[in-house]
Write a protein that binds this ligand. Structure first.
Ligand code: ADP
Length: 606
């Protein structure tokens, strides 16, 4: 197992640890995967040792019968059919029963081992996915993530559940057979020499090419998943624009690339397998020859010749299995690189958590420029908000208002310039630290399938079932005026909501999102037109809930309705990626600029 893995490593990443960025999210370096596997080894080494020991005992029992058969042959030749033969035959039965027994317990132990490690890796992956910064997911596309949660977890499960135990048992069996053969006569091992050369050369050839082939294959499938997801999600748009043929062609290209990548790895296997077949049949014939010569020369008895041939036959299956699983191990290894890569995506540069200079709640943008792709959307924004200040951001659609909000929330780092919240640069913070400072609330909040308590506890590391925690959940609901209807739900906090459960109207969903903000308790809140999709009555109701959330926080509200702007301490007018006007409502109206004309237009006086 180790040997194969070494080869995979040697072939996978020559030299220094590095990560490559394929379809989107990063892929961990091979040394990083090794480090993770060594940790699993340290944590579960004892159980793994028990597994290997049990398999070793099972293999020993399996090898007892060829050995005893040899002894029977020699006994018959020496003494004829004596009573010892019956004892030896009974021993064969005992060894077979023991073999079955040990196999049973070793399979059970290895399943326990595999499932434990797999569960840990899965949980780590889920945690990493949940911590992913929004900007990273937006850039990488969800298809890559879907492919990783689907195909890669699948490959890894197969590797951990099947490949690793089969490798362990086959390797142990092979070692025992080799030792037993050497004990019979060391010269018998020469029968293996040609096979070792064939195996070494062909497997090396394969291992040099396979890891990159598999990385490409999995990336091609990620790209395909992404393409299909995009097509399904945007089906109406595609139809409306009459782009069906083009979209089909694009997806066919993706299928073509996935097909080519799969064909390449298939070709590698086609070249690799035939020499393998030769390599494990040849030793049987050669052992026969070598043992025969040793019999003629004298050192081996007829029984020992038989034992040697039986033993060499016993190597075929484990050897075949080891080499079969090499493939699966490489796939699993590649998948693990992709799964661990998700954690790398969140590893932003992490700076000090303590505020340095700035007051808690202060927001400061210095010369902030940003573009999603090539074109710049924000062209140098300077802005300072005092703690507790409420800023409304208004301006024409597409001017960059939401983008500005996302930069304050740290969803995207600025291309140049700096965004500081409470004195700390947002791009210098890990996502977890960032979320403690700024929370962004958008027009539509998602309701997860689960209980109300679970939906609220998302904001915290609460299990959501302790009494004290529940008290906090109720307080948060009360703060946004949602405790009334929440108490009237059939099971209170334990009512299951989300698709297929108790339906909640959009205003209530938004209230729950606001309650999450109360729980997360950030210094700064970015509201991206949080009430714009509501009908006016719900919106007014929600704004009252909002009041409970806003107090004591610095607020950047991207305003759709001008009356929210009217209530703000200051208003920033964003036009074409720049702040064109900044000041209080009366001041800006008096100035007679863009805001004044927007205001007059809104009042029907313009
Ligand atoms: P506003 O909120 O003022 O309507 P946005 O900040 O949403 O404006 O958008 C500003 C510009 O950035 C627009 O030209 C928009 O097309 C572009 N844009 C917004 N989001 C993305 C994105 N995720 N990827 C690429 N371009 C984007």
């Amino acid at each position: 197992m180790t040997q194969t893995a070494d080869r995979a490593e040697a072939a996978g990443t020559a030299g220094a640890p590095r990560e490559h960025h394929t379809a989107g999210l990063p892929v961990a370096s091979a040394p990083a995967v090794w480090a993770r596997l060594r940790r699993a080894g340290r944590e579960h080494g004892a159980l793994f040792a028990v597994v290997v020991l049990l398999y070793g005992l099972a293999a020993l029992m399996a090898l007892a019968s060829p050995w005893i058969l040899g002894v029977i042959i020699d006994t018959v030749r020496a003494e004829g059919a004596s009573s010892r033969i019956d004892v030896l035959a009974a021993l064969i039965v005992v060894s077979l029963v023991l073999h079955a027994g040990f196999t049973l317990v070793s399979v059970a132990a290895s399943i326990r081992f595999g499932e434990t490690v797999l569960a840990e890796l899965r949980e780590e992956f889920v945690r990493a996915v949940l911590r992913l910064p929004l900007g990273v997911v937006e850039r990488a596309g969800t298809g890559d993530l879907v492919a990783r949660t689907g195909r890669d977890i699948g490959h890894l499960s197969h590797t951990v559940r099947v490949a690793v135990p089969v490798m362990a048992v086959s390797t142990v069996t092979l070692v025992i057979v080799v030792v037993a053969t050497a004990v019979l006569h060391p010269a018998l091992l020469l029968a293996w020499a040609p096979s070792v050369v064939v195996l070494w050369v062909s497997t090396r050839w394969y291992a040099r090419r396979a890891p990159d082939g598999y990385v490409r294959e999995l990336a091609a499938y990620s790209d395909l998943t992404q393409g299909v997801t995009d097509t399904v999600e945007g089906a109406h748009t595609i139809e409306a624009l009459g782009r069906q043929a083009r979209q089909t062609a694009l997806n066919e290209q993706r299928v073509g690339r996935a097909y080519a990548a799969e064909r390449y790895t298939l070709w590698l296997r086609c070249v690799w397998y035939p020499p393998l077949e030769v390599a494990y049949m040849l030793p049987i014939a050669l052992t026969f020859l070598a043992a025969g010569l040793l019999y003629v020369d004298g050192p081996l008895s007829l029984g020992e010749v038989a034992t040697a041939v039986f033993l060499s036959r016993q190597t075929g299956r484990p050897l075949e299995q080891v080499l079969d699983q090499v493939d699966s191990l490489m796939m699993g290894f590649t998948s693990l690189r992709r799964l661990l890569g998700v954690e790398l995506a969140e590893e932003g540069p992490s700076g000090p958590d303590a505020p340095s200079g700035g007051r808690p709640g202060e927001v400061r943008l210095d010369g902030v420029r940003f573009g999603y792709t090539g074109t710049e959307v924000l062209h140098g924004v300077d802005l300072v908000l005092a703690p507790g200040e409420r800023l409304a951001v208004v301006g024409p659609s597409g001017a960059g208002k939401s983008t500005l909000g996302k930069l304050v929330a740290g969803v995207h780092p600025p291309t140049s310039g700096d965004v500081r919240v409470s004195g700390v640069s947002m791009s210098g913070l890990a996502p977890g630290q960032r979320r403690g400072r700024v929370v962004m609330l958008s027009q539509e909040s998602h309701m997860f399938r689960g209980t109300v308590a679970e939906n609220l506890a998302l904001a915290l590391d609460l299990p959501g079932d302790e009494e004290a925690d529940r008290e906090r959940l109720w307080e948060a609901l009360a703060a946004v005026g949602a405790d009334g209807w929440a108490r009237s739900l059939p099971d209170g906090l334990d009512t299951r909501v989300g698709s297929g459960n108790v339906p909640l109207d959009p205003a209530r969903v938004q209230q729950l999102a606001l309650a999450r903000v109360v729980l997360a308790d950030p210094d700064v809140l970015v509201l991206d037109e949080a009430t714009s999709l509501m009908d006016p009555r719900s919106a007014r109701h929600l704004e009252r809930s909002l009041a409970g959330v806003l107090s004591g926080r610095t607020v950047v509200a991207i305003a759709h309705r001008l009356h929210t702007a009217h209530d703000a301490d200051r208003i920033a007018v964003v036009e074409d990626g720049r702040i064109s006007e900044l000041g209080g409502h009366d001041e800006l109206v008096a100035r007679g600029g863009s805001y004044a004309s927007l205001w007059h237009a809104w009042h029907g006086r313009g």
